[in-house]
Design a protein around this ligand. Structure first.
Ligand SMILES: Cc1cc2nc3c(=O)[nH]c(=O)nc-3n(C[C@H](O)[C@H](O)[C@H](O)COP(=O)(O)OP(=O)(O)OC[C@H]3O[C@@H](n4cnc5c(N)ncnc54)[C@H](O)[C@@H]3O)c2cc1C
Length: 393
């Protein structure tokens, strides 16, 4: 049996034995893990079948076609970023311990990277990790941490050697968000929702067995996370006309009285861009091998973020004065994930974050210029200096 047929058989068996419309979500997603269709390119026994990453589309079509929820929608950081990072860099049986509850969404994950003084310049971060016996002791503050208030585990990047150059003195950990000394405070976005948080760490102890990669090699591990983040955020549905462009078409269909020829032209142009992106993404996914995605994932991320914004701007223009009607800015949790996208005005407001989260479009254009096109590097005034000598605001 060829690999594609194996994937198809495994996915069909899951939906026959654990009908996603009838069984609890965690049971269905746990069964996907056990059958090797959570991430088909992962090894057998760890949620995969050891086949090409491109065959995930074969599994997803069957699983989602039967009504299964895409786990990325519930546990985006866990499913899209933590799983490949733990698999590639975890010690001993860490991946075996952590991946199944991650895949079933029993454990939600978050990403403790950004700090008040380190966003685009992530390698400048200041949260410290100091070795103490078999543990590390962590102190510092993170910010913009999506889903920290729901997370059981975090991907943490911290400074273990302030005397080293900024990219060299970092070490990467999996942190238990229920550990003593972790404090999570919600931050309200302009939608009113508190999707992300500030996270304070005061003498939090992390066992050395939860370190990913070598001491001082955290930047390389972070690259695995960031490349997977960009390609998973930038990835589109394989189904035509869903997502933002589907919202615009639905709005167009629902409100014939608001249509004009000029708006029709604009919608047609956006549809064409969305199709070009979907087909490019599909082609890239099908030709992807088993390894980690490379810097070219940044292209999909830039394109999808800017397209999303353009589509929701079109929706607001289409609605005219109605676009300004938005009822509730009070601080609230994101609610059930199914409700998370809210009404069309909320989606417009949320889309403003698309060109910031997961790396800003400006910074990703630098990544594309330097690492895909081979253009000369950005000016870096602090290169070659130990981190502790770099002036900080
Ligand atoms: C909705 C949302 C969710 C997020 N979730 C998480 C999360 O879960 N975990 C996490 O760790 N972080 C998260 N972030 C943070 C995100 O990664 C950062 O906001 C982002 O990397 C930008 O960093 P900054 O906000 O510090 O902006 P800055 O780095 O201060 O950038 C400010 C401006 O300067 C520009 N700029 C900076 N450097 C350059 C350069 N070299 N060349 C050209 N222009 C430049 C930027 O493009 C931007 O316009 C989230 C952000 C958002 C909006």
């Amino acid at each position: 049996m060829d690999d594609s047929a194996r994937v198809e058989k495994a996915a069909r068996q899951v939906v026959e034995e654990h009908d996603p419309k009838k069984v609890p979500l965690r049971e269905f997603l746990g069964a996907c893990y056990d059958a090797g269709v959570a991430w088909v390119h992962f090894p057998e026994g760890l949620g995969g079948l050891g086949v090409s990453r491109g065959l995930q589309a074969v599994a997803d079509e069957i699983l989602q076609g039967a009504g299964g929820i895409n786990p990325f929608a519930i546990n985006p950081i866990g499913h899209g970023m933590a799983a490949p990072t733990v698999l590639e860099h975890g010690q001993g049986d860490l991946a075996a311990q952590l991946l199944r509850p991650l895949a079933s969404t029993e454990h939600i994950w978050c990403q403790l990277f950004s700090e008040p003084g380190a966003g685009s310049d992530l390698a400048g971060l200041a949260t410290s990790a100091v070795r103490d016996g078999d543990d590390w002791v962590v102190n510092g503050q993170k910010v913009w941490t999506s889903l920290a208030h729901r997370a059981r585990y975090a991907l943490l990047l911290a400074r273990s050697d302030p005397d080293a150059f900024k990219h060299k003195g970092l070490t990467y950990f999996v942190m238990d968000m229920q550990a003593e000394g972790v404090e999570t405070r919600p931050l309200r976005q302009m939608t009113g929702q508190a999707e992300f948080n500030e996270v304070y760490m005061s003498d939090v102890r992390i066992p050395d067995s939860h370190r990913l990669g070598a001491v001082g090699d955290g930047w390389r591990v972070a690259m695995t996370t960031l490349m997977n983040e960009r390609s998973s955020i930038g990835g589109t549905s394989s189904v035509r006309g869903v997502g933002a462009i589907g919202d615009a078409v639905d709005l167009w269909a629902a409100r014939p009285e608001l249509r004009t020829p000029v708006l029709r032209d604009k919608l047609a142009a956006l549809w064409t861009r969305a199709e070009a992106q979907r087909l490019t993404d599909q082609r890239a996914r099908r030709s992807a091998s088993t390894g980690s995605p490379g810097p070219e994932g940044s292209i999909a991320k830039v394109v999808s973020a800017e397209l999303n914004q353009a589509v929701y701007e079109f929706c607001m223009e289409f609605l005219g004065p109605e676009a300004t009607l938005y009822g509730d800015y009070t601080l609230r949790d994101i609610g059930r994930m199914e409700d998370y996208r809210g009404g069309i005005q909320q989606r417009f407001l949320r889309a403003r974050a698309n060109t910031i989260e997961g790396g800003t479009s400006e910074v990703l254009r630098n990544v594309i210029g330097e690492r895909v096109l081979g253009l000369p590097g950005d000016l870096r005034a602090d290169s070659g200096k130990p981190w502790k000598e770099i002036p900080r605001g």
